[in-house]
Design a protein around this ligand. Structure first.
Ligand code: MG
Length: 411
């Protein structure tokens, strides 16, 4: 197969730097989207791709091993260097082997295939919402706009090892394979990406048009697109002929299917100093108890939820995130536990049966008294987000005050 390539990366409209990187090293192509805030993201994506480049140029073509090595290199650097601690990167790499493409993938960057005018997603997002779709908790359409769609569950360089998806894709004359970061896939609707890939004949013109479309849609993240267009070399290409006679499925996956690891939240009921003991609810700061199962609203409910989600999403954009656990450990909200107002760490959502939160403090305030007040009727059951523990405590103080004032026997 002959490959014609177009590639573009752009800072977008909002970010201060470009943490995306791409690699064009015919026949190896890759996109990496770094994360980890100030410096970290840029270092992670560059370091990962440089590591792969070095191994490849040294003649070693075992792409999965390169990704494992890149993971180790990024992880060890982040352990050594305070400035980039916790950094990580997505990685979606394509190695063209005749009429086949070997795809290795970690994170929420994507590979798309345009064939016969139809666009399909070849890779699987390693995100919380992808898991929710898989479990039937939300639809694919809901996932596109879900507030937690940016929370990744697998990242290169955040832990000492990483599991990569590997797939073999058979390609045909006229196919177009797009590798891109979520700054494109998250900003430009699927049908619009398809339209650009169908109509822009030149691969470079196509990726430039995609970057323009993402910027026009707001450009809230860095945007990277690498487009490979495949054309037959003619009858001399016997590898293509072999592939055609074998009649294999279009995509073969070789992925060890792990359930997503249950987030190891720091469940610390009673384990942290409570600061002041002046408020009555703090006296009840929980004894050790297992996480209660809580009733919760459906994933897509209400304007208030959208507002909370927007806050979470903005927080992600501002802070950059370095993996699910680190992210969840920094989130706080006030909700309901065992019929009482309570403080939680994490986000008020569950994925695949795993609650993405843990109870920190259960107060004495009856939730029913709070939800009888208009301002808490919907907000409390859905979870009122707080910036930190102190903020969560002040929200509880506010609820206690409001509940007290509403009591008819108040003196
Ligand atoms: Mg991104």
């Amino acid at each position: 197969m002959r490959v014609t390539v177009g590639a573009a990366t752009d800072i977008g409209q909002v970010r201060d730097g470009n943490e995306d990187s791409y690699l064009l090293l015919d026949p190896l192509y890759a996109v990496a989207d770094g994360m980890g805030g100030h410096l970290g993201g840029e270092v992670a994506s560059n370091l990962a791709l440089d590591t792969i480049r070095e191994r490849f140029e040294a003649g070693d073509r075992s792409l999965v091993d390169h990704v494992a090595l890149a993971n180790r290199v990024v992880f060890e650097r982040s352990q050594r260097d305070r400035d980039v601690r916790g950094m990580g990167t997505t990685l979606t790499a394509a190695l063209v082997e005749g009429a086949r493409v070997r795809l290795v993938h970690v994170g929420d960057s994507r590979a798309y295939l345009l064939r016969d005018g139809r666009l399909s997603i070849v890779t699987k997002d390693h995100t919380v919402v992808a898991k929710m779709v898989e479990e039937g908790e939300i639809s694919a359409a809901e996932a596109e706009t879900h507030p937690h769609r940016n929370i990744v569950t697998r990242v290169v360089g955040v832990e000492s090892t990483v599991e990569a998806d590997e797939e073999i894709l058979d390609v045909r004359d006229g196919d177009r394979l797009l590798l891109c970061s979520d700054g494109l896939s998250g900003m430009v609707p699927h049908d619009d990406i398809a339209e650009v890939l169908r109509t822009e004949r030149d691969p470079q013109a196509a990726v430039d048009a995609l970057v323009r479309a993402a910027n026009a849609a707001g450009g809230v993240d860095n945007i990277t697109a690498v487009l490979l267009e495949f054309a037959d070399d003619g009858p001399a290409d016997d590898r293509a002929a072999v592939a055609a006679t074998e009649g294999p499925p279009t995509v073969r996956r070789r992925t060890a299917e792990h359930p997503m690891a249950a987030p190891q939240l720091a469940a610390a009921p009673g384990g942290e100093p409570d600061g002041s003991a002046s408020a009555s609810w703090r006296a009840e700061a929980g004894a050790q108890r297992p996480l209660p199962s809580r009733s919760r609203p459906s994933a897509a409910s209400g304007a208030r939820r959208a507002v909370i989600g927007l806050g979470v999403t903005l927080a992600l954009f501002v802070l950059g995130f370095v993996g699910l656990r680190v992210y969840l450990d920094s989130q706080w909200y006030v909700g309901i536990s065992n019929g009482r107002v309570a403080i939680f760490r994490g986000v008020p959502t569950e994925v695949a049966g795993f609650e993405l939160n843990s109870l920190v403090v259960e107060t004495q305030i009856p939730a029913a008294e709070a939800t009888s007040l208009e301002i808490y009727r919907e907000t409390l059951p859905e979870g009122i987000t707080a910036t930190d523990r102190a903020d969560a405590e002040s929200i509880v103080d506010g609820i206690e005050r409001d509940v007290d004032q509403a009591r008819p026997d108040r003196t």
